[in-house]
Design a protein around this ligand. Structure first.
Ligand code: GLU
Length: 500
């Protein structure tokens, strides 16, 4: 019998401090998939308590990226929900309440140490080769002293009073139990002197209040995972299931993914942000497919997934904690597969803006005719412009040397082109089968291979060595333009031919 899965409440909780990169996209995707798979909710929460690093553009980029990827949230700062507000800066009083509760229960304390004192403590610890940590000076201040110093206006932070004895066992769904000595955990700050909570408090309070059942987050949180479990225990709350996702490695497989150095080898772009991938002509379907497999697999061979398949097949058990290297050739591969899976109408619609952005005078009706010719060939939407702009440009201007056929002289190439012109002028229309048969016949007569002749004609008509199928392209371009491009090619070839 299939075990019953309870509807999960899963949150994606980015800090609006930068751009939306593929690491964020993967966390959000897994959150979304699990929520949808279990019939639960996908919640978006903005963790904006770090005012120093706040970037006002971040929030709109998150929304745009998530929507582009098709990861639609059920509750969030913009749409509200039963646990609103979903922006931490609007929930500060709530965190203060729980910080006060921890202090009242003796599980946290006010600390008055100045930055100068703390830096001195750190220096001494360094000298003694001890790990840096708070030395606990304010841990045992009496309530009276604390109140008196606060009343006199001394500034204070609230620190967690980490148990000095015993062990804490934290359970990560992928890694199993992790047990640590409590004495190794620092007395972390929970509330800063400004009154703003830090992640360690705010995220725990919100996950609890928002009834989050599964916390999927980056493995950079593993070192402070014991603190988070201790906070839950101190407040006597039931913990969610914890899942720390694998880290991303650079494409070389060496080192953690670097935002500065990561380049797509084919395009040379620093393709780390979702919106940048969109601009480069990757389909959201392909990006979703690609990142879905960076830390999860279904079996050892299935790799083509649409969102609905992922929702159907996704399980937390199949997540893999091992680091995953970012592989851009794989992304190109998936992009190709998803481009071919689109209907031609859909692909035409998605291609159109790329032509417009490249300043090509693109006619949508004509583009619809071209799409089937390039659908099998392009690896990205952007590449379509390179491949097919010649259909829309009034003229092409190939380098004369490019027009010279393989193993032929310019004069021989000019003759072949002239002959092709004569053949084509006699055709009533460029019906592909007929045109091809006639040109093959001509190649035979001239003692050329079809490849030699078509090579010259391709450059002459399209202006490029690589193009969609030539004969079909000719029939779309139309007789008049084809003939005039060939005439121009003859002139160019004659211009570089040796005088007889
Ligand atoms: N705001 C945290 C971050 O952006 C979220 C971590 C979490 O999901 O708990 O890293």
């Amino acid at each position: 019998m299939v075990p019953e899965i309870k509807p999960a409440r899963v949150r994606f909780a980015p800090s609006p401090t930068g751009r939306f990169h593929i690491g964020s996209a993967r966390t959000a995707l897994y959150d979304y998939l699990y929520a949808r798979k279990t019939g639960g909710q996908f919640i978006l929460r903005l963790e904006d308590t770090d005012q120093k690093r706040f970037d006002p553009q971040s929030e709109s980029e998150f929304y745009e990226s998530l929507r582009w990827l098709g990861l639609h949230w059920d509750e969030g700062p913009d749409i509200g929900g039963p646990h609103a507000p979903y922006r931490q800066s609007e929930r500060v009083e709530l965190y203060q309440e729980y910080a006060d509760e921890l202090v009242a229960n003796g599980r946290a304390y006010h600390c008055f140490c100045t930055p100068e004192r703390l830096s001195q403590v750190r220096q001494e610890q360094q000298k003694r080769k001890e790990p840096p940590r708070y030395d606990g000076l304010c841990r045992s201040l009496s309530e009276r002293e604390v109140n008196a110093r606060r009343d006199s206006g001394e500034s204070t932070v609230i620190r967690f009073k980490t148990p000095r004895e015993g062990v804490t066992t934290c359970i990560d769904l992928l890694r199993g139990p992790i047990t640590i000595d409590n004495a190794t955990v620092d007395d972390y700050i929970l509330v800063k002197s400004s009154g703003m909570p830090v992640y360690h408090l705010a995220a725990m309070v919100d996950d609890y209040l928002m009834e989050i059942t599964h916390v999927l987050r980056g493995s950079e949180w593993l070192p402070t995972f014991p603190l988070h479990v201790m906070i839950y225990q101190a407040l006597e709350w039931q913990q969610p299931q914890w899942v720390h996702l694998s880290i991303f490695l650079n494409p070389s497989g060496k080192g953690k993914l670097s935002k500065r150095r990561t380049t797509n080898q084919r395009t040379g772009a620093k393709a780390i942000y979702a919106l940048e991938l969109r601009q480069m002509g990757y389909l959201p379907e392909a990006v979703v497919n690609w990142i879905s497999l960076m830390g999860w697999s279904y079996d050892d061979h299935t790799e083509f997934f649409q969102m609905k398949d992922l929702i159907d097949k996704f399980t937390l058990e199949k997540l893999n904690p091992s680091p995953a290297a970012v592989n851009y050739s794989k992304l190109d591969h998936f992009n190709g597969l998803h481009i071919r899976a689109l209907s031609t109408e859909d692909l035409t619609e998605r291609l159109y803006p790329f032509f417009v952005n490249a300043d090509v005078q693109c006619d949508p009706g004509l583009l619809a005719e071209i799409t089937p010719l390039i659908q099998e060939r392009i690896r990205s939407l952007e590449e379509a412009v390179e491949m097919a702009a010649f259909f829309f440009n009034p003229t092409v201007d190939p380098d004369p040397q490019e027009l010279v056929g393989k193993n032929l002289t310019p004069a021989e190439s000019a003759t072949a082109t002239r002959q092709a012109l004569a053949v084509l002028r006699n055709l009533v229309s460029f019906e592909p089968e007929h045109t091809e048969a006639e040109l093959r016949k001509l190649a035979d007569t001239l003692g050329l291979s079809a490849g030699q002749l078509f090579g010259i004609l391709r450059v002459a008509i399209t202006g490029q060595r690589v193009s969609p199928p030539l004969i079909e392209s000719m029939s779309i371009i139309g007789t008049e333009t084809v003939l005039s491009r060939l005439e121009q090619a003859v002139e160019k070839l004659e211009g570089i031919a040796d005088p007889e």
